[in-house]
Design a protein around this ligand. Structure first.
Ligand SMILES: Cc1cc2nc3c(=O)[nH]c(=O)nc-3n(C[C@H](O)[C@H](O)[C@H](O)COP(=O)(O)OP(=O)(O)OC[C@H]3O[C@@H](n4cnc5c(N)ncnc54)[C@H](O)[C@@H]3O)c2cc1C
Length: 397
């Protein structure tokens, strides 16, 4: 088993790490107190620097201006960029655009690629993915109310979605809607591209999440589709293939998320160790001397390392054997890494005491925002049930 990292990747990761530490981390105090829109000029300036360094869009196709890294390589990149909330956006590989780029690349028509994919990879526009509905369980999305009814050359979309992340400021949404209510549950829905300036695309609000509604990229919108009319050529992929395409979108996406979470673990682990070493708790004694803190540090180190290896192995499996073969690994890492991250963030916060609760460090931002990791892209329980079912099936024999 070869765990080595190629020289090319070592150089790329080294450059990214330096940029994150020297350019992005120093922006965090401003990022934590300002709204995202007012940060856009500075973000654009940093994105330009990344493009000049030829590190833009690491996971996206070379033909569209990306670096074309494979999934394991991009996993390593995600670990580095995940250490700061600005990392993915500044390097042009942020969700939900990354997933939308993958499916546009695979299923888009030439016209859709020219209109949406090119500008998206180049970072000229942003997009969002609109599947989850307010009144129905996101965990079982085949229960869906949003409809896209054919009318002449158009689809007319009606429905009520929420948690359409980053819709604020997006140029288009990829919307999941029922196109054939009489088909079997998994072939009822389709994906349709909806420009956000289409009449009937109504962004009701950015939902307040953990005390903060956010804005622009850092937000989650509630959207009411009211007789929202788009041409039929906006259908993405074959009609009725919405759930099939959604499944494909989620496999690699979970690797990106999980490695980003490992990056968060590394970052807060560093902060925890630094604080333990410097916080004097009694004359001549620091927190680092306390066995309970040592135990948190050792446990965190072991948990982060094992989670990291599991994710890289899942990425390798997808890359070499395909998403289907990796399904169980993907479910395992999804809940395992989300929980590891939550534990490590919590310990880091605890070691910082009152300071950990403030926005004077990045820990509280991660604490608030990353709780959702156990819910989106499949709640913990959904993945656990699916893994257990598969395991138990083998024991039936
Ligand atoms: C920060 C954030 C960003 C998001 N971004 C997007 C986005 O960009 N686009 C989009 O379309 N959606 C997005 N979502 C929505 C997300 O996909 C859903 O919240 C998720 O699928 C869960 O659906 P739900 O909220 O309706 O919870 P429900 O489906 O109502 O589930 C509630 C709880 O029930 C339990 N549960 C559910 N199913 C089972 C089961 N089979 N067995 C045991 N227990 C179960 C779980 O504990 C689960 O947390 C986002 C959500 C969050 C929090």
């Amino acid at each position: 088993m070869d765990f080595s990292i190629s020289e090319k990747m070592q150089t790329i990761l080294g450059m990214m790490k330096e940029f994150v530490e020297n350019v992005l981390v120093p922006l965090e105090p401003e990022f934590l107190v300002k709204d995202a829109k007012s940060m856009l000029p500075v973000i654009a300036e940093k994105q330009k620097m990344v493009k000049q360094m030829e590190l833009w869009a690491p996971n996206h196709p070379v033909e569209y201006g990306g670096m074309g890294l494979d999934l394991v390589e991009h996993g390593l990149v995600s670990e580095v960029l995940g250490g700061t909330p600005l990392g993915f956006l500044v390097f042009g590989c942020q969700a939900p655009d990354a997933g939308n780029i993958e499916i546009l690349h695979q299923y888009g028509t030439d016209q859709q690629k020219e209109t949406w994919l090119g500008p998206l990879v180049r970072g000229e526009i942003r997009s969002c993915f609109s599947m989850t509905e307010v009144d129905l369980p996101g965990s079982n999305p085949v229960m869906m109310d949003t409809t896209a009814v054919k009318d002449g050359d158009d689809y007319v979309i009606n429905g009520h979605k929420w948690y359409t992340s980053s819709a604020d400021g997006s140029k288009f949404a990829i919307v999941m809607a029922i196109t054939d209510p009489d088909a079997s549950p998994y072939t009822r829905a389709s994906m349709i591209i909806v420009p956000t300036d289409t009449p009937g695309f109504n962004l009701v609000r950015n939902i307040p999440v953990m005390g903060h509604a956010g804005d622009d990229y850092f937000s989650h919108a509630e959207i009411l589709y009211q007789s929202c009319r788009v041409p039929r050529e906006n259908l993405l992929g074959p009609e009725g293939h919405g759930f099939i395409i959604a499944q494909e979108r989620l496999g690699p996406g979970r690797i990106h998320h999980c490695m980003r979470w490992i990056g968060i673990c590394n970052r807060v682990f560093d902060l925890m160790c630094q604080r333990a070493q410097t916080r004097i708790i009694a004359p001549g004694k620091t927190l680092a001397g306390k066995q309970i803190v040592q135990s948190w540090i050792a446990e965190s180190a072991a948990e982060i390392r094992s989670a990291r290896l599991m994710v890289l192995h899942a990425a390798w499996t997808i890359e070499n054997l395909g998403v289907k073969e990796a399904r169980q690994d993907i479910s395992l890492i999804k809940f395992m890494v989300a929980n590891t991250m939550q534990k490590v963030i919590d310990r880091a916060l605890q070691v910082h005491g009152g300071l950990g609760m403030t926005d004077d460090t990045i820990i509280s931002f991660f604490y608030r925002h990353e709780r959702a990791a156990r819910i989106y892209d499949g709640a913990d329980e959904v993945h656990k049930v699916s893994v257990a079912r598969k395991i138990l099936k083998d024991y039936e024999r």
